[in-house]
Design a protein around this ligand. Structure first.
Ligand code: TRP
Length: 331
């Protein structure tokens, strides 16, 4: 039996190549090794997004993007959280086994309280119950599908540990392996993608290469990668070079990588040329994604159909977990 990997994708904001290499690509690689269950976490987004049009649009966009990046809905159960109501039944059950103290310790909630306190506001100002109980909903997402591995960024590992703790309490209470204990799967590459200025690529630094850039914009953005001021003739160092680091991510092979490294070392190649190589490599990877994305997003009914079908499959799995649990706990 294959192990199960599961992750939730929040439909917020536009994505950049840091997200692609740090999260999307590694998660898609897991689809080959595991039975993967990936979903759009639209109920999680509701905590912060209160505009119907934006939420609907963001859901379609993020689904189109994952499909464009190579998620195969025939092989991976790909669904929308809000179309799997079993999630909310499990969430209510889990709440009865979750101490409030555990929620008080969740990073996101704690950070919001601290920010309020620092400003002299009421500690809970602007914090809704969705944010407070976020880890319970996330535990329901995970435990409903018997996930063994949960590919997430480092900031989400605490939530996965909480899901594990809650599952453990239930298993102990009924002295039965009712729920699978999940484990976070953190990718080493996460967080080390350099941005245009060399700091970690992040929306908050404004140093990103967006995934959806049209070709011309992509070239322009790549020309903005900050380099040192070495002249054309000078031999160049591949270490600590953003252009090279980005090239390595996109390059098709070790041979390509070595070929560019050789040109760096031998001198005679200016930064403009190096960036042109980077642009070509990046465009080779991003062009097909861009084209598939454009295709899908101009056909939202198709995205809807895929998500609805996936959600049907998801509900079949979910309902088994729910009846197992209902039986065991006397509901
Ligand atoms: N909380 C995750 C994030 O902010 C998204 C998410 C929701 C998730 N439910 C999940 C991730 C279940 C993994 C498993 O990115």
């Amino acid at each position: 039996m294959k192990k199960i990997s599961l992750t939730g994708i929040k439909p917020t904001g536009s994505l950049h190549i840091g997200n692609y290499f740090g999260a999307i690509k590694p998660a898609l690689e897991l689809c080959e090794r595991f039975d993967a269950r990936y979903f759009i976490a639209d109920y999680h987004a509701l905590n912060t997004m209160k505009d119907a049009q934006s939420l609907r649009r963001a859901t379609l966009e993020i689904a189109a993007l994952w499909l464009a990046c190579g998620l195969n809905p025939e092989k991976t159960v790909f669904y929308r959280q809000s179309l799997v109501p079993e999630t909310f039944e499990l969430s209510t059950i889990l709440a009865a086994f979750t101490s409030k103290g555990l929620m008080n310790r969740a990073h996101a909630y704690k950070a919001a309280v601290e920010a309020n306190t620092a400003k002299g506001n009421d500690p809970d100002s602007g914090i809704n119950m969705g944010l407070f109980t976020y880890p319970v909903l996330m535990a329901a997402d995970i435990l409903l599908f018997n996930a063994d591995y949960v590919p997430v960024g480092r900031d989400q590992t605490q939530h996965v540990e909480m899901a594990r703790d809650i599952a453990d309490v239930i298993n102990h209470t009924y002295n039965k392996e009712l729920l699978t204990l999940p484990q976070a799967w953190v990718h080493d590459s996460a967080g080390v993608i350099p941005g245009l200025d060399g700091r970690k690529m992040s929306k908050s630094y404004g140093n990103v290469i967006a995934l959806s850039l049209p070709e011309k914009e992509l070239r322009k953005t790549i020309m903005r990668v900050v380099t040192n001021s070495q002249g054309v003739d000078e031999p160049k160092d591949t270490e600590n070079c953003r252009v090279f680091a980005l090239y390595k991510l996109f390059s098709a092979s070790k041979e390509d990588e070595e070929a560019l490294a050789k040109r760096y070392r031998s001198g005679g190649m200016g930064w403009g040329e190096a960036k042109e190589e980077l642009f070509n490599a990046a465009n080779r990877v991003l062009k097909p994604i861009r084209e598939r994305y454009e295709n899908l997003i101009s056909n939202p009914q198709e995205i809807d159909r895929i998500l609805r079908e996936g959600s049907q499959k998801a509900r079949e799995i979910a309902s088994q977990t729910i009846s197992r649990l209902r039986n065991a706990i006397g509901l």
